[in-house]
Design a protein around this ligand. Structure first.
Ligand SMILES: [Mg+2]
Length: 242
């Protein structure tokens, strides 16, 4: 039977470890070299660096000061200020737009160089494929940007699997913990909320989706969570047999 599926990535079809142990460390390790190697020929970098320096000027990078005499004189000094701020935000796990955008660029390069592959659990991949073949529409809703989502699927261990998905949503549509976001998604895809099933590992997200009228399923994978949990929602530990 064909369905409308809305699926989370981290902790659902992909692992929490892929982000924590592969993507974030890779970005952190390459921020400095990526900026120094690319600032002269990557036009997407200029606006990012500008916003970073603006944030530093506004005092949003604690302990890092902006020296106005750097302007137009020593570009490299400005770059180092920006790098320092970016690394600091990364270690503080700050969700700042220019940082997210830069991470996206660095990951893109990493995927292209095959430094890593997008991780999808095998049972999840088989389930997505089976649902797609039976005519289900599958949408993604993740806090990672749509750009990062597409990169992961394009460079997955199973090849380019973007065609499995009908659409992609990130937090531009709203917070994953707000019922309004799920209503917005339902409106956007023009399907009544009750006909959509949302899969996620996070209880607050399931609560919000449920409030919006969606069917919800909690995914608690043994690979991602050691402890067992009681859920007020339907609970699965893999996509096998669904
Ligand atoms: Mg998740």
């Amino acid at each position: 039977m064909s369905k409308t599926i809305l699926v989370d990535i981290e902790g659902a079809i992909s692992s929490l470890a892929f982000v924590k142990e592969t993507l974030f460390p890779y970005a952190k390790e390459h921020i400095k070299d990526y900026i120094l190697d690319n600032y002269e020929h990557e036009p997407k970098l200029f606006p990012i660096i500008d916003i970073v320096l603006e944030e530093v000027k506004n005092g949003n990078a604690q302990g890092i000061s902006y020296d106005p005499t750097q302007v137009d004189i020593i570009i490299e000094a400005q770059l180092y200020t920006a790098i320092q701020a970016l690394l600091q935000w990364m270690s503080e796990d700050k969700k700042i737009t220019p940082l997210k955008e830069l991470q996206g660029l660095i990951w893109e390069e990493g995927y292209q160089k095959s430094a890593f592959k997008g991780f999808i659990y095998e049972d999840a991949y088989n389930w997505l494929k089976k649902e797609k073949e039976s005519g289900s529409a599958i949408y993604v809703y993740s806090s990672g940007s749509v750009k990062a989502q597409k990169l992961l699927f394009e460079h997955s261990a199973y090849g380019d699997i973007r065609e499995l998905f009908t659409g992609f949503f990130d937090t531009k549509i709203g917070s994953k913990k707000a019922a309004e976001s799920y209503k917005n998604i339902a409106l956007e895809i023009a399907i009544p909320p009750r006909e959509i099933t949302f899969y996620s590992d996070i209880e607050d997200e399931l609560k919000a989706a449920s409030e919006a009228g969606l069917e919800v399923v909690q995914v608690r994978r043994k690979e991602d969570y050691e402890d067992s949990v009681e859920s007020e929602y339907k609970l699965i530990d893999s996509f096998t047999g669904l």
